[in-house]
Ligand binder design. Structure first.
Ligand code: ADP
Length: 395
């Protein structure tokens, strides 16, 4: 029913390649999020699926039917956009049913569909309200109901929560997940917000500069990022990334040495430039590292800026003679690590500390190509794999 396939889809404008050889196989009923920084080609990809843009190359199929050049109305899709364009002079019922009435559906069928949609988005009892009597979240639900009544195989949503305030956005994420369960439809969702992508999706398509970087369940992208871009983009705060050079027994960074047998990794040899990645939750003060089965050797460091978050404290650690940098994005990453510690930890700025990293959670990337070499140093090398991992458990 709602399978969507993109094969070698590219969209080029005069001097910009907005989408570059995109391959996606989206299953019936899957919730897939296209995520990446602004300008990476997410919306253009969605527009090619919608039929609002015709790709320069490649083919698109929906429900096993090629639709590459078909107009939007013939594709079995419905779209929800960031800007909710409700008719201000129409009540909720008329707004939701507008498209159906335009297509001359009979009154009973319109009533049936509007009632079901209103129930799904929890707007029952509000059908006679006018848009200006509703909150932002309620208006967004009207827009979603308007898509639901069309009973499409595939919902396409382009940053539908972007204009809502932070609290409502988090609430609407849960609503969209519930909606997905109830509708049992395919949802393709665009956002630049990796947290939104991580929380809602069966699979996430991480895009950069028009190219698909990884297409996998959210936790796969988090735990086994395929390259440096995904490693840095997925997860907040970002993974620490420190460059080093391979020597006979590991990796020498400017400030410390990470031991491993470089020979175990195919294609890695002495003097290669490798970037070590470790997430803030995998950096420990020595005295807190008893749960870590395979810690690195101790690293001498000094605490810099603290950011108490309530449920954890982010601590910027300086491992060498680097500048005092704190949150400065331009900082030299080589001398800095961000770690997360318990909120009740007695920790201060400008104190000497010893830290260790969890070897099982250290990632290695080829600095030049950006490709992952290993996830976890106690294990063997990563097979160079495809960008796509199948969603688990929904076949
Ligand atoms: P995103 O949705 O990820 O922010 P877009 O898909 O909107 O990115 O845009 C991808 C790239 O294509 C950007 O560089 C953008 O400027 C360019 N682009 C998009 N639409 C057009 C257009 N109609 N003409 C020329 N360039 C475009």
């Amino acid at each position: 029913m709602g399978e969507v396939n993109l094969e070698h889809v590219s969209k080029r404008y005069e001097d910009v390649t907005a989408v570059d050889d995109m391959n996606l196989d989206i299953k019936d009923g899957e919730f897939v999020t296209l995520v990446g920084p602004s300008g990476c080609g997410k919306s253009t990809t969605l527009e090619t699926i919608a039929g609002l843009t015709i790709p320069t190359d490649g083919t698109i199929s929906i429900a096993d039917r090629e639709v590459t050049t078909l107009p939007p109305k013939d594709r079995g899709i419905a779209m929800v956009f960031q800007n909710i364009a409700l008719f201000p002079h129409m009540d909720v019922y008329d707004n939701i049913s507008f498209g159906l009435r335009l297509r001359n559906y009979d009154k009973d069928e319109v009533d049936r569909r509007v009632e079901r949609a209103a129930e799904i988005v929890q707007l029952e009892g509000m059908l006679d309200r006018m848009p200006d009597e509703m909150s932002g979240g309620q208006r967004q639900r009207v827009a979603i109901a308007r898509a639901i009544v069309r009973e499409p195989d595939v919902f396409l949503m382009d940053e539908p929560l972007a204009n809502l305030d932070a609290k409502l956005r988090v609430h609407m994420r849960t609503e969209l997940q519930r909606l997905h369960k109830e509708l049992d439809a395919t949802i393709i969702y665009v956002t630049h917000d990796q947290a939104e992508a991580m929380t809602m999706s069966d699979r996430v398509a991480v895009i950069n500069q028009g190219e698909l970087q990884q297409f996998a369940p959210p936790l796969d992208c988090y735990n086994e990022p395929r390259n440096l871009f995904v490693a840095g983009f997925i997860g907040s705060p970002s993974m620490n990334l420190v460059e080093g050079v391979v020597d006979s027994n590991g990796l020498q960074t400017p400030d410390y040495h990470i031991e491993f047998d470089a020979g175990q990794f195919d294609g890695v040899s002495v003097d290669d430039r490798i970037t070590m990645g470790v997430r803030p939750e995998d950096v420990y003060l020595v005295e807190d590292a008893e749960s870590v089965a395979h810690p690195t050797s101790q690293i001498d460091a000094r605490t810099d800026v603290l950011e108490p978050m309530g449920d954890e404290i982010f601590v910027y650690i300086l491992t060498g003679e680097g500048e005092t940098v704190g949150m400065d994005a331009e900082a030299d990453d080589a001398h800095q690590l961000l770690m997360s510690v318990d909120p009740d930890k007695d920790i201060d700025t400008d104190k000497d500390v010893q830290i260790v990293l969890d070897r099982e959670r250290i990632h290695l990337f080829d600095t030049d190509t950006g490709n992952a070499i290993a996830h976890g140093l106690e294990f063997t090398s990563v097979e160079p794999g495809p960008t796509s991992t199948e969603a688990e458990g929904d076949d």
